[in-house]
Design a protein around this ligand. Structure first.
Ligand code: AMP
Ligand code: GLY
Length: 427
């Protein structure tokens, strides 16, 4: 196998975990991260490029002989980076580890994802779709819908487009705000109303070359700001892997009922997809249902999945491109991984940036994946809501959490906050 110059797109904890992993590969020659953060530059070179400025990305790829592009987040994929490369003779042979624009619609449009699941009999909450033309029908539908009811803006809404309404009044208000007041702009022109499912959630990660697929270690993230899963939704406050209830029986159902039908469905519909599929699942009485698809890895799940993944990531992405994932066996560390996210005071509402981070050098036995940081001369400053993910591997989940919490305490900045109960259900 040849070696690659690699361009990784993004600046979060997920990209830092990818950079850490790519840098360990014997097949990684030069690694560039655009735009990266104060952590990613330990593993490669940060470059100032916008993730959706494809013309600038093209120029960079040609001048730096890039052979592999890994878009960390959904933006570049939903904007069509894969198709942009495929249509350009100079870029065609460069690996873009992610789906075509059509494939990225699994994440980019909730209505598209729901219709896809219906066409392929993939278990998911029952639903209906409404827009401005069917607004009155939507109101009538909501008035008789059992509670709670889930209301979702169709398009990308930075994780804020899902409302779980506890009362009919709240449901009607949210629905009306999305469609009539364009609360989420074009993303809310169409709205999906779906049945509320009760169960426990987990994230399962598929890597597919369009025909074959493998599963990476599964994970569970903790989305709410407050302990015991209370308060506002965030980008993710921590994660664990493996997930104790995802036993062999459950994972078999996931493979048979969800992964197979998803990959076969994409192929049948001739949707080009060579990339990650992130299945946001909920276990309802031991049966998996799809809550959402994402066309990329999760954040902060990547911060526990990469430490447990023993395979060479570049080798996996090369196999993905050359449609030989059937030759790959995934090897996961039997140890458990946990990550605890240190966030800025006030997050996910308003928060201040530019706080000096201290104690980084005192951390032992954890990996610090920077999420929102900025290098400033010798200092590292906070530069986002989620600042640093403290990831640890240990024989048991309990020990992994202990190590992460010990180190979370050693790193400091003004206003630092973190949840003290990651993995609480499994202790
Ligand atoms: P999504 O952006 O689709 O992942 O939704 C955000 C969160 O809302 C999910 O992680 C779930 O916690 C919750 N959620 C979404 N859809 C449902 C549903 N049908 N039943 C229960 N909870 C849901
Ligand atoms: N952790 C959830 C996500 O990445 O969307």
């Amino acid at each position: 196998m040849k070696t690659y110059n690699i361009l990784l797109l993004g600046s979060g904890g997920r990209e830092n975990a990818f950079a850490w992993k790519l840098n360990q590969s014997q097949f990684c020659n030069q690694l560039y991260i655009a735009p990266g953060n104060a952590g990613t530059n330990q593993f490669g070179t940060n470059v100032a490029l916008s993730m959706t400025d494809f013309a600038a990305i093209k120029e960079f790829c040609l001048s730096h002989e890039i052979g592999l592009v890994l878009p960390g987040g959904e933006d570049a994929l939903v904007a069509g980076i894969y198709d942009f490369f495929q249509k350009d003779v100079q870029l065609q042979s460069i690996i873009v580890a992610g789906p075509s624009q059509k494939g990225a619609q699994l994440e980019g449009s909730k209505a598209f994802a729901k219709q896809f699941m219906q066409r392929h009999q993939i278990p998911t909450a029952s639903y209906r779709e409404f827009d401005n033309a069917s607004f009155d029908e939507g109101i009538a539908f909501l008035k008789q819908h059992p509670l709670p009811v889930v209301i979702k803006a169709d398009g990308l809404a930075a994780g804020k487009g899902v409302i779980i309404a506890q009362t009919t009044e709240e449901a009607l208000n949210s629905f009306s705000k999305m469609i009539r007041d364009a609360q989420f702009g074009d993303a809310g022109k169409k709205v999906v109303i779906e049945e509320f499912l009760t169960g426990i959630e987990l994230s399962v990660f598929v890597l597919t070359d369009g025909t074959h697929w493998v599963l990476l270690p599964e994970a569970k993230d903790y989305k709410r700001i407050g302990e015991s899963d209370t308060g506002l939704n965030t980008g993710g406050m921590g994660a664990i892997s493996p997930v104790p209830f995802a036993d062999a029986n459950f994972m078999n159902k996931v493979r048979e009922q969800i992964v197979k039908s998803t990959v076969e469905g994409l192929k049948k519909e001739q949707i080009e997809y060579k990339g990650f599929i992130f299945l946001g699942l909920i276990s309802v009485n031991g049966n998996p249902y799809v809550i959402e698809y994402n066309c990329r890895m999760g954040d902060p799940e990547t911060e526990v999945v990469m430490p447990r993944l023993k395979n060479d990531l570049v080798e996996l992405l090369d196999a993905l491109w050359n449609e030989r994932l059937n030759e790959i066996t995934i090897h996961s560390d039997v140890q458990a991984a946990a990550t605890v996210m240190l966030v800025s005071g006030g997050y996910p509402n308003d928060y201040e940036k530019g706080k000096k981070i201290s104690g980084l050098q005192n951390v032992k036995n954890s990996i610090l994946f920077h999420a929102g940081t900025l290098a400033n001369n010798q200092d590292v400053l906070t530069n986002g809501g989620r600042v640093i993910a403290v990831s640890s591997l240990a024989p048991t989940l309990k020990e992994a959490l202990e190590v992460s919490y010990h180190n979370a305490n050693l790193v400091d900045f003004e206003g630092k906050y973190y949840r003290k109960d990651i993995g609480f259900e499994f202790q």
